[in-house]
Write a protein that binds this ligand. Structure first.
Ligand code: ATP
Length: 297
């Protein structure tokens, strides 16, 4: 019995575009039963997964699985910080940035099967104004789009692109000062992304060279976005060659302070958090354990 792997699934019933999918039935069908004991718990409101994850870790589960998109992954990951449980992911969001970065299968049956024979690794955790993120955080246009997306009524890549194109015509850059490694840079911010993982989700590679366990954040700064450059950014995101395109400037660091001339929106893992004029961003190396597919490695 001591060899039994204990897994707790925390399901956000509202995530993704396929809400009719019966996740508990899929888990019962595809999780190999012999060496695994599991429970399924549902979230009831935004923020609930943080509490449920903490409780599941206290209950002694070895893996606590976020069943949802990057917002749910963020909540479960936050709840597991400082505990002995590892984060697992069943990707059910519209973007699934962290799942894609960690090469978790996007097909649920395969992702469920792989959880029975996991490998464990540790990943860095970013903080922006003390709010943890695991995939990306950002200021400016990407946060503004997240804010508009949250109230758009429908989800998915199509809605996201539609919102981004509409807001692109209105959004203006803001002067900022960026301080890192003792140097201060005065520039404009159309958007400034802090990447722990390589992509936003949907294989949109904001920082294709980002290593999630190197103790560094990859900063991607776009100071202005005239139409020609916007096209290059779009192509660079899709092809994973934004750094080589010259349309964005990159830095790596473990700590950075940003002061903005006016309040700017910011997001963590794609969810808009609020507006601020000052941002302290830092990285805690290897602060979270994750369960990743074991067989194919
Ligand atoms: N039971 C619930 N009711 C309402 N909101 C919830 C519930 N459980 C979780 N949430 C909130 O829903 C938000 C969005 O969820 P999530 O990111 O998992 O799905 P998604 O937005 O469809 O996927 P993606 O982030 O990939 O677009 C989360 O940030 C979380 O706070």
């Amino acid at each position: 019995m001591s060899d039994t792997l204990r897994i707790c699934f925390l399901v956000n019933p509202n995530s993704g575009t396929n809400r009719r999918q019966d996740v508990p039935a899929l888990i019962a069908r595809y999780l190999p039963g012999e060496a695994v004991a599991y429970e399924v718990r549902l979230t009831q409101y935004a923020g609930h997964a943080v509490e449920l994850a903490r409780q599941a870790a206290a209950d002694g589960f070895r893996i606590v699985v976020a069943v949802g998109g990057d917002g749910t992954v963020n909540e479960v990951g936050r709840g597991l910080l400082g505990t002995a449980a590892a984060l697992g992911i069943l990707p059910r969001g519209s973007g699934n940035g962290l799942a894609r970065h960690l090469r978790v299968p996007l097909a649920l049956p395969e992702a469920i099967r792989q959880l029975a024979t996991p490998a464990f690794q540790r990943i860095d955790v970013g903080y922006i104004n003390e709010r943890a993120f695991f995939c990306t955080a950002g200021l400016g246009f990407d946060a503004h789009v997240s804010k508009c997306f949250a109230v758009a009524g429908t989800r998915g890549l199509g809605t996201y692109v539609q919102v981004a194109l509409r807001e692109y015509r209105r959004y203006q850059p803001t002067p900022i000062q960026v301080t890192m490694q003792g140097n201060t840079l005065a520039t404009n911010c159309y958007m400034l992304a802090f990447a722990n993982a390589a992509q936003y989700g949907n294989n949109a590679y904001i920082a294709p060279l980002a290593d999630i366990a190197d103790g560094l954040l990859d900063l991607c700064l776009i100071d202005a976005l005239p139409l020609r450059r916007a096209v290059r950014v779009g192509i660079g995101l899709a092809l994973g060659n934004l750094p080589a395109s010259g349309a964005a400037v990159y830095h790596t660091c473990s700590q950075v302070r940003v002061q903005a001339a006016r309040a700017l929106g910011f997001h963590v893992d794609g969810d808009y958090v609020g507006d601020a004029r000052e941002f302290d961003v830092r990285l805690e190396p290897l602060a979270l354990e994750v369960a990743v597919p074991g067989q194919s490695r």
